[in-house]
Design a protein around this ligand. Structure first.
Ligand code: PEP
Ligand code: MN
Length: 339
């Protein structure tokens, strides 16, 4: 349930609603919108059903939100949220690229990836130090050593870092080196992990689960938002369907749908979305056209010898070409958005 205050509502009028809600043992989160204050009621709102909020002074309307997610919803927060990654803004109308290898393999490798990423226009360097691998015998990541390397490589070029955290026990360590904490597809419904990363207050890149529905994904974001963390970035990375010709089925309709249902930005991951390098550029272009706020893409100086996800990684030449194409798409989108 949300209570929308009138444009000229006073602080006392807002406070009287908060007081009434807290009296019932519920909590609130306030969204100071452009014109209106919106009060979100958190907890079991059934006991508030009979409270006639509309007869309180200063109240414009009360809306019962039928979704289980509230803070994540557009109803609660009509304006777009712009996530500020230490100066790089995601969701403000500029398409932001995050690029780098699937795994950090060493200092030289991540430095070379950073050089390529930046040359193409990426502002954020990606790379996994903790890798969720299907086989326990596959390379699991360089862990803290890798985190040091990616931070160094990014700092040398003035880039930001996104890297995955898989385990609650590693959050402080990963947060020390990374600007965005990535929650991988396999952990979209690891609710304790979501709550714990939420508490850091850092931007969270929330991948869509391998079989995650849109509703489950929005609820996963709610676990982060309820920790007072409004820095969620959705990442569409494809879902598992009956189709096996691509690694995943890249659900681009998720982009406009998430934008309709939520105020948080959404970026696309055409690398995991397709699993095949030469499908990545066309799907990156399509991501721009679908209205994504950015993308995360895997690159490698020598994809054939990458320690993970080589088949979906772009080499320098293909990445640079894709980035030119994406820039053309961005210009077209700006024109479309101004119609
Ligand atoms: C990754 O980004 O390398 C990764 C493991 O992604 P996902 O969680 O989407 O599979
Ligand atoms: Mn990968």
């Amino acid at each position: 349930m949300i209570v929308i205050m009138k444009a000229n509502a006073t602080k006392e009028q807002v406070d009287s609603i908060i007081k009434r809600v807290k009296k019932e043992g519920l909590d609130v989160q306030i969204n100071q919108g452009k014109d209106h204050v919106v009060i979100g009621l958190l907890g079991d709102t059934r006991k508030m059903q009979d409270v006639a909020f509309n007869s309180y002074e200063g109240v414009e309307n009360t809306v019962r939100i039928s979704n289980t997610y509230k803070l994540t919803s557009r109803e609660f927060h009509p304006q777009d949220t712009v996530v500020d990654v230490d100066g790089v803004k995601i969701g403000n109308g500029e398409f932001v690229t995050m690029a780098g290898p699937c795994s950090i393999e060493g200092l030289d490798q991540i430095r070379e990836c950073a050089r390529i990423a930046k040359a193409g226009g990426a502002q954020i360097l990606r790379g996994g130090a903790f890798k969720p691998r299907t086989s326990p015998y596959a390379f699991q990541g360089l862990e803290e050593e890798g985190l040091k390397y990616i931070r160094q490589a990014a700092d040398e070029l003035g880039m930001k870092v996104i890297t995955e955290v898989m385990d609650e026990g590693h959050i402080d360590m990963v947060a020390e080196y990374s600007d965005i904490l990535q929650i991988g597809a396999r952990n979209m419904q690891n609710f304790k992990l979501l709550a714990s990363v939420g508490k850091t207050g850092k931007p969270i890149g929330l991948k869509r689960g391998i079989s995650g529905t849109i509703d489950e994904w929005l609820n996963a974001a709610e676990y982060i938002a309820v920790q007072n963390n409004n820095n969620v970035i959705f990442i569409e990375r494809g879902i598992r369907t009956y189709e096996t010709a691509t690694r995943n089925t890249f659900d681009l309709s998720a982009v406009p749908l998430i934008k309709k249902l939520s105020h948080f930005p959404i970026i696309v991951d055409p690398s995991h979305g397709t699993g095949i390098w030469d499908l990545v550029p066309p799907m990156a272009r399509a991501g721009v056209a679908a209205g994504a706020d950015g993308m995360i893409v895997e690159i490698h100086p020598d994809p054939a010898n990458a320690w993970s996800d080589g088949p979906q990684s772009l080499n320098e030449k293909t990445y640079m070409k894709m980035m030119k194409e994406v820039q053309i798409m961005e210009k077209a989108m700006k024109e479309i958005n101004s119609l």
